[in-house]
Write a protein that binds this ligand. Structure first.
Ligand SMILES: Nc1ncnc2c1ncn2[C@@H]1O[C@H](COP(=O)(O)OP(=O)(O)O)[C@@H](O)[C@H]1O
Ligand SMILES: O=C(OP(=O)(O)O)[C@H](O)COP(=O)(O)O
Length: 394
């Protein structure tokens, strides 16, 4: 990546505003149920602490729509981070004004402070310049480490870069390098696996990937629209009727580009969208009117596994079936195992795909698991992420 990183600038004794993505899931009691995103930001925070910077962390949590809402307070995150760092994390009750300025002015070299949720101010998502200037006014340097929010042009991701020097953090650098290298300089064969529920969500991704990959595997609910485009009856399966024409065009595009397009040849068909629904594995030509395809079948999984086993680079986004239900999790499980075993560079993005990989306990065997769902999709679509674009060139 040709952006300056936190390691390219002097940070000792400086107040450094670090945008992190601490948008973590909380339960009813306000406890953090998955701290992966917090842990992923530790390399940058620890680097700054060790280098003697005064670290001011900013993040959003949830979508409080510009209102102060205790449900979305970052206070529990400050406590958790303090445990992870084994040092005090000062919590500021607001991200601007005296409640922020005062504790920031007291920070010593190597100390860490977390500002309250930036989305408690409507100006954040509007990328309001005076709000951005106030935030920037807290610090002398800006570090963006929030890959998960890099697709948003908000005050704390883009606006602040107009007022103080702005560089990328170590997580941001890692995310962009892994995915950028895979897309631009892949070791071949390069195989992309796209699944999940909706074609419409991932059209841009498929179109962009068809320009780059050697093989494209399509599974999950979105495969039904392609099966329909191939002339099969998909019964009551999830289908985007208005995208069937587009699916036909994508099948043609794959042909003309010489990309091997792998679609299901059999599916697990059920009579209801339920964990205990009666189900059977059938060829795609045999799906009955009253059935819905909820997973890829064993023959398809085998075909997908064979394709994945040859890959030197794999990008995976979206599960192969309704993996949340045991009866329809096998396809995703087999694909996860095949990706983990392929021996190439393997990159997983997307909230549900990451959840699936964790559920299958193969996360450790992947080269890179992205912390961004929406951000990684936009990256794979070939879009410029505003939070990255705004950072200084190296
Ligand atoms: N055949 C299917 N029919 C209906 N839903 C499906 C099917 N296959 C997968 N899904 C659902 O797709 C959802 C994930 O889709 P998506 O949000 O696109 O993935 P990701 O978060 O990885 O990008 C899961 O909740 C899964 O149950
Ligand atoms: O969790 C996030 O996105 P993701 O669920 O797409 O990974 C990011 O923190 C961005 O949050 P937003 O989609 O409310 O802007």
């Amino acid at each position: 990546m040709n952006k300056k990183s936190v390691k390219d600038v002097e940070v000792r004794g400086k107040r450094v505003l670090v945008r992190v993505d601490f948008n973590v899931p909380l339960n009813e009691q306000g406890e953090i149920t998955n701290d992966k995103r917090i842990k992923a930001s530790l390399p940058t925070i620890l680097y700054l602490v060790r280098e003697g910077a005064r670290v001011i962390l900013a993040s959003h949590l949830g979508r409080p729509k510009g209102q102060v809402n205790p449900k979305y307070s970052l206070a529990p995150v400050a406590k958790h981070l303090s445990n992870l760092l084994a040092q005090e994390v000062v919590f500021a009750k607001d991200c601007i004004g005296d409640s922020a300025m005062e504790p920031v002015s007291k920070l010593q070299d190597g100390q860490v402070l977390l500002l309250e949720n930036v989305r408690f101010h409507g100006e954040e998502e509007k990328n309001d310049p005076s709000f951005a200037r106030e935030l920037a006014g807290l610090a002398e340097l800006f570090v963006n480490d929030a890959f998960g929010t890099a697709h948003r042009a908000h005050a704390s991701t883009e606006g602040v870069t107009h007022y103080i020097p702005a560089v990328c953090g170590l997580l941001m650098q890692k995310e962009v390098e892994f995915m950028g290298n895979a897309l631009e300089r892949p070791e071949r064969p390069f195989v992309a696996i796209i699944g999940g529920a909706k074609v419409s969500d991932k059209i841009g991704v498929i179109e962009n990937l068809l320009e780059k990959v050697d093989a494209l595997i399509i599974g999950g609910g979105m495969a039904n629209t392609f099966l329909k485009a191939q002339g099969y009856n998909v019964g009551k399966s999830l289908l985007e009727e208005e995208k069937v024409e587009l699916a036909k065009q994508l099948i043609e595009k794959a042909k003309s580009k010489g990309v091997e397009l792998e679609l299901p040849i059999d599916v697990v068909a059920a009579t209801a969208f339920q964990a205990d629904a009666a189900h059977r594995t059938v060829r795609v030509s045999e799906i009955r009117e009253e059935e819905m395809a909820l997973d890829i079948g064993a023959a398809t999984a085998e075909k997908f596994e064979a394709c994945i086993s040859t890959a030197r680079t794999v990008i995976w986004n979206g599960p192969m079936g309704v993996f949340e239900m045991e009866a329809f999790a096998k396809g995703t499980e087999k694909v996860a195992q095949a990706v983990a075993a392929c021996g190439g560079i393997t990159i997983v993005g997307g909230g549900d795909s990451v959840a699936a990989v964790e559920k299958m306990k193969v996360g450790e065997r992947m080269t890179h698991i992205s912390t961004g769902g929406g951000a990684s999709l936009e990256f794979l679509e070939g879009k410029i992420l505003p939070g990255v674009a705004a950072l200084e060139e190296a």
